[in-house]
Design a protein around this ligand. Structure first.
Ligand SMILES: NC(=O)C1=CN([C@@H]2O[C@H](COP(=O)(O)OP(=O)(O)OC[C@H]3O[C@@H](n4cnc5c(N)ncnc54)[C@H](OP(=O)(O)O)[C@@H]3O)[C@@H](O)[C@H]2O)C=CC1
Ligand SMILES: O=C(O)C1=N[C@H](C(=O)O)C[C@H](O)C1
Length: 242
């Protein structure tokens, strides 16, 4: 039985994770929230699962590292500096970071990469996401993950080829750009569509999350898979064998 500690335990995902831990027959080791020291939690857990906020990441990685235990990071809104911290921690412990822990989105990313590779640069790619009114970051971590998959399929760099937040007289679409649009409202758990727009035809690949349990189950599965792995940075593709 694995003892799993949750960072952000009082949040929407934290609550879903507690259910998923119980459903999978693991032990809930406790939570660390705003103002808590994550080292207290890591000292009594076999694994940390972090769905909190980017500002908490550095201390969470340090706590996992000090205890020598793996960590799953589901928090989104991460910047390059956060990714550098994750890369550094992965030299000591097993770390899995992803914008989406669901099976459906992991598979969708593969389909997007394939489609982007087969269709070529004259098909414009737009990524549209919708989330609940409480979400604080945009575009979503999943939209960025899907953008990375499309960019990989096209062998281009996403950061140099993104169009985000169009407003006003934007000029025409940049050639080869990957566009992002973020909608917010209601209680939507997470909808993502990747649109390939060609001349006189369109292909749309869509994933709809009906609730947060798909993310929570995926995170618990990923965590159990990480236990006993050598230090390194892993993905949901590794966990699901896709
Ligand atoms: N990878 C994936 O599959 C998924 C990722 N997410 C991501 O997970 C994160 C959390 O989402 P959600 O549960 O909806 O958000 P919530 O706001 O409901 O929960 C976040 C929790 O983290 C707490 N928190 C904030 N700062 C810290 C800190 N420094 N240390 C410890 N705890 C802290 C918050 O406390 P307080 O309210 O007091 O600030 C809150 O309890 C988001 O980044 C979201 O995008 C969500 C779903 C799936
Ligand atoms: O904040 C959320 O709710 C979600 N966040 C993740 C993201 O940013 O992609 C995953 C999921 O879509 C729900």
């Amino acid at each position: 039985m694995t003892r799993i500690g949750i960072i952000g335990s009082q949040g929407r995902m934290g609550q879903a994770l507690q259910d998923a831990i119980a459903d999978a027959g693991h032990e809930y080791a406790g939570g660390a929230d705003q103002g808590d020291d994550p080292r207290e939690l890591s000292s009594k857990a076999d694994l940390l699962v972090d769905f909190s906020a980017p500002g908490a990441l550095e201390a969470n990685l340090a706590a996992a590292r000090e205890a020598g235990i793996p960590i799953v990071i589901g928090t989104t809104g991460l910047e390059d500096t956060h990714h550098a911290l994750i890369g550094d921690a992965a030299s000591d412990i097993a770390v899995l970071q992803t914008g989406n822990t669901s099976l459906g989105v992991t598979l969708l990313a593969h389909l997007v990469e394939q489609a982007a590779s087969k269709l070529g640069p004259d098909w414009d790619i737009e990524i549209v996401e919708m989330h609940h009114r409480m979400k604080v970051d945009a575009p979503s971590g999943t939209a960025l993950l899907l953008g990375e998959a499309a960019a990989k399929g096209r062998s281009i760099d996403l950061s140099a080829n993104s169009e985000r937040g169009r407003d006003g007289h934007t000029g025409k679409r940049a050639e080869g750009a990957i566009g992002f649009a973020a909608l917010r409202g209601g209680t939507v758990a997470g909808d993502h569509s990747v649109i390939f727009a060609g001349s006189e035809e369109r292909i749309t690949l869509t994933h709809n999350a009906e609730n947060r349990m798909i993310f929570a189950r995926g995170a618990v599965k990923a965590g159990a898979w990480l236990i006993g792995r050598r230090a390194g940075r892993y993905t949901m593709t590794d966990v699901l064998g896709l």
